[in-house]
Design a protein around this ligand. Structure first.
Ligand code: ADP
Length: 170
């Protein structure tokens, strides 16, 4: 019966998209009524952050494996910082996030929020990366379309969605 529930979960992902399971960068309140506000569910860092004892402690405290790094604005994600990259760092060197990211150059991938979950799962299964930045295309009359970063999605989010039928039942 467990296998059956997982199979049902797996079938249900077929009509869901990345935006259904991602961790959101911010909610545009206009969708829910009211003004625009940000809830920073995604932990990101400005690229000019100095990696001293204080900031490294803060990063470790957040508990994430991978952290999107932006330059000047949250829509401008330039790299991913892996927390394991901090292991050999000397906090007294005061390196910036940008410098550390420059050494490692982890794959940074973007997907659109309406990407079907099964497509995303196939992508993750290739194994090249397990976190993607999620973007939305914002059309404004008389302007080129803008790409807005709306969240992050990881393999874990999809696996959780597949297993959900089972978890809800118990
Ligand atoms: P981690 O190893 O960092 O816990 P997982 O891939 O196991 O990451 O994902 C666990 C959850 O954390 C998922 O819901 C994912 O969307 C979310 N997540 C991953 N990285 C971040 C981040 N930097 N900020 C906020 N949420 C994140």
């Amino acid at each position: 019966a467990e296998e059956l529930k997982i199979a049902v979960g797996a079938m249900e992902i077929s009509d869901k998209t990345v935006s259904d399971v991602m961790t959101k960068v911010h909610v545009r309140e206009s969708e829910y009524g009211g003004g625009e506000s940000y809830c920073n569910d995604v932990f990101m860092l400005p690229s000019d952050t100095t990696l001293n004892t204080k900031t490294v402690a803060e990063i470790l405290r957040m508990g994430y494996t991978r952290i999107p790094v932006f330059e000047s604005d949250r829509n401008n994600i330039v790299s991913l910082l892996f927390v394991k990259d901090l292991a050999l760092l000397d906090p007294d060197d005061n390196f910036t996030v940008k410098t550390v990211c420059g050494y490692h150059e982890h794959a940074l991938r973007f997907v659109l929020e309406d990407t079907p979950l099964r497509v995303m799962l196939e992508e993750f299964k290739k194994g090249e990366y397990h976190l993607a930045m999620v973007q939305r295309i914002v059309e404004k009359e008389g302007h080129d379309p803008l790409y807005e970063v709306v969240g992050v999605v990881t393999l874990e989010d999809i696996v959780e969605e597949i297993l959900q039928a089972e978890i809800v039942d118990e």
